[in-house]
Design a protein around this ligand. Structure first.
Ligand SMILES: [Zn+2]
Length: 397
């Protein structure tokens, strides 16, 4: 089965093409590898050909993009989608002036433990459909609202039903029953809980923050996961500065997430590494925190990704277009940088070389926008611009 998507007004490939490189001495302002009047051929779930529409090969099915823009499916490399209940009242109180603290996670833990597998599964599948409708074709999902062996195992098992990018986050917060003995909880996370969860997970993560886990405790968790064959990533620098970022870089983490508070040493360590810094604008938006300075990071040579961090406490948006709009408006990213970060950047944060770009051999994960250019993703915030979505070549929206 082959499908030709043609008459694409603007195609974001995220692939540097020699023909697109500006003359020597001119800075490359286009990280998106943009083609105009383009076409994409999809065969057996993969991209088979990319080029000018006038030279497109024949295909069994032809989709006329009518001059609209096509971007790679969004790669949302950070979410918490398996949980019970919500925290609308906490959000309302926060907007009325109450401060955000990591401890609110515990109220979601109680609701999650009380929910059945079927209830959690139905909710999770609903969220995945919601993401798809907004153009997300790859999503990472974390556990972390169980915080006991049986419930954490349920959460990673349910997440593994809908994505290969499953993260074991037993070290999300210390549960109430371990409040006065956090190191005993870390023993549980790195022992029986890891044993139960590792078979379903690809990633190990910890929330390294005042009110959650110290750098030493987070390091223990990541090292235990690495010893079990999991790959490390870390929540750090959300609420204040600390040594977590450099610890994660030292351990070769694929990504450090949040990074709202970073020292010059943190930025230098990230810039000199393969660790991606994943920015989560929905969190600053929903907690009324200062936004991270993406410009400072990008100018220093740090690889930046954008993700939603969908969760009931600090960021209950599932919209990558919304995050792109905020990143452009409030974090000083260019539109091209933000779209790249939400696609190719997310792929790097998940160490994936088969998504995030539109090139022969890549998975055919594509989004057709109801707009002539990707600029509209930031220019028209809150407007549903996703017209069609293909995942592995199959239309899903
Ligand atoms: Zn998170």
């Amino acid at each position: 089965m082959s499908t030709l998507i043609t008459n694409i007004g603007e195609l974001t490939t995220n692939v540097a093409d020699p023909a697109l490189t500006p003359p020597t001495g001119v800075e490359d302002l286009d990280p998106c590898g943009t083609l105009h009047d383009a076409a994409v051929l999809v065969e057996d779930g993969r991209i088979a050909w990319v080029g000018p529409a006038a030279e497109a090969p024949a295909a069994a099915e032809v989709v006329d993009a009518a001059g609209r823009a096509v971007v790679p499916g969004f790669v949302d490399s950070h979410s918490h989608l398996v949980f019970g209940g919500d925290r609308a009242a906490e959000f309302e109180a926060r907007m009325a002036g109450q401060k955000y603290a990591a401890g609110g996670i515990r109220s979601t833990v109680a609701a999650t433990r009380a929910a059945t597998d079927d209830e959690l599964r139905a909710r999770l599948r609903g969220f995945v459909a919601e993401l798809r409708a907004q153009g997300t074709t790859t999503v990472e999902i974390k556990s972390g609202y169980g915080l006991d062996v049986a419930t954490e195992e349920r959460l990673v098992r349910l997440a593994a039903e809908v994505t290969p990018e499953v993260t074991f986050l037993g070290a999300h917060v210390v549960p109430a029953e371990y409040a006065d003995r956090p190191d005993a909880y870390v023993d549980l996370v790195t022992g029986p809980m890891l044993d139960a969860c590792a078979p379903y997970a690809r990633w190990i993560d910890a929330f390294c923050e005042t009110g959650a886990f110290s750098v030493a405790q987070s390091r223990r968790v990541l090292e235990a996961g690495i010893a079990r064959g999991l790959l490390p990533r870390l929540h750090a620098g959300q609420l204040g500065p600390g040594d977590g970022v450099r610890m994660a870089v030292e351990l070769g983490a694929a990504s450090v997430d949040h990074g709202t508070f970073l020292s010059d040493e943190d930025v230098a360590a990230l810039a000199g590494s393969s660790t991606v810094l994943t920015l989560l604008p929905g969190v600053e938006f929903s907690t009324r925190q200062p936004y991270p300075d993406a410009r400072r990071l990008i100018d220093a040579g740090v690889t930046v990704a954008l993700a939603c961090d969908t969760n009931p406490g600090s960021s209950f948006t599932s919209s990558m277009p919304f995050c792109i709009a905020v990143a452009v408006r409030d974090m000083r990213m260019t539109v091209a940088e933000a779209v790249w970060a939400a696609t190719a950047g997310g792929a790097l944060a998940l160490r994936r070389d088969d998504v995030g770009r539109i090139a022969p051999g890549m998975r055919a994960d594509l989004v057709l926008l109801d707009a002539p250019t990707r600029v509209h993703l930031a220019y028209r915030p809150g407007v549903p611009l996703v017209a069609r979505v293909w995942k592995d070549g199959a239309p899903v929206v």
